[in-house]
Design a protein around this ligand. Structure first.
Ligand code: ZN
Length: 252
């Protein structure tokens, strides 16, 4: 169910073991062919499908569209919270639910730049609440919850999420094709070129002068529908595990 559609007395009556999803996304440049709100549109659709599949079994907060996107600030239109402010913002949202008595929280992420501050937010809350043994504080990006790898028989070149890439462009073609520009002319930008095993601090210009990372020209609405189904299935499965959590670690 959607928190935004409930009344406060209705929230008061809810089971406190209900899984809570806090969706966090972004408003940032997505190359020359996708809109700034792409991450929020895509996560919103994954969450919508999860709500359809598990409506009475999960409480879903309104999507937080302002993300940590400073690495994209060389591209106009990108809106970003300062990283430390963002960390506090996510913590504040989670703490609102803890104060209301909920204890099983999934922060569901739709933007790579939120990954580190989002996880740090949850880690710090756990330290502050260290005496409690009933808390399940989880963080994941939606694409990491896919139950299987993408099917190569469907023509995918990418095996991981990029940026304004084959995956994101496909999902936008499925969700809002009128918002997608000339993706077929977008050049290939190899997502590799990492500095592994080290982590290199980066701005988008280091990896892509054009703003996208991956292979948007290979996108199709059929691939988009396939990806949405894959990701929403993964989120729904995680909701089930959270709901059934018995206080012990999960086994694979
Ligand atoms: Zn994106």
């Amino acid at each position: 169910m959607l928190l935004a559609d409930l009344t406060s007395p209705q929230v008061r009556k809810l089971d406190r073991n209900l899984p809570v999803i806090i969706p966090i996304a972004a408003h940032e440049q997505h190359g020359a062919h996708l809109p700034l709100f792409t991450d929020s549109y895509l996560l919103g659709e994954v969450v919508r499908r999860t709500e359809v599949a598990r409506s009475t079994e999960v409480l879903i907060a309104p999507l937080q569209w302002l993300g940590n996107s400073h690495h994209h600030r060389d591209f106009p239109g990108t809106l970003s919270a300062q990283p430390r402010l963002y960390l506090d913002l996510v913590q504040g949202l989670v703490n609102n639910f803890l104060e209301d008595g909920f204890s099983r929280i999934l922060v569901l992420n739709g933007h790579g730049g939120n990954d580190i501050p989002g996880q740090q937010s949850m880690f710090e809350i756990r330290q502050q609440q260290r005496r409690r043994d009933d808390l399940l504080l989880l963080f994941s990006s939606y694409w990491k919850l896919r139950p299987t790898e993408v099917d190569p028989a469907r023509g995918f070149r990418q095996t991981e999420m990029g940026h304004a890439c084959e995956w994101e462009t496909s999902m936008m073609l499925q969700l809002g094709p009128q918002l997608v520009g000339d993706y077929q002319q977008a050049a290939d930008v190899d997502p590799q070129g990492s500095f592994l095993p080290a982590y290199r601090a980066w701005v988008t210009q280091d990896r892509s002068p054009v703003g996208h990372i991956g292979f948007p020209a290979l996108a199709s609405p059929e691939k988009g529908e396939y990806l949405f189904t894959l990701f929403a299935t993964g989120v729904a499965a995680l909701v089930d595990r959270i709901r059934c959590w018995n206080g012990h670690p999960w086994r694979e």
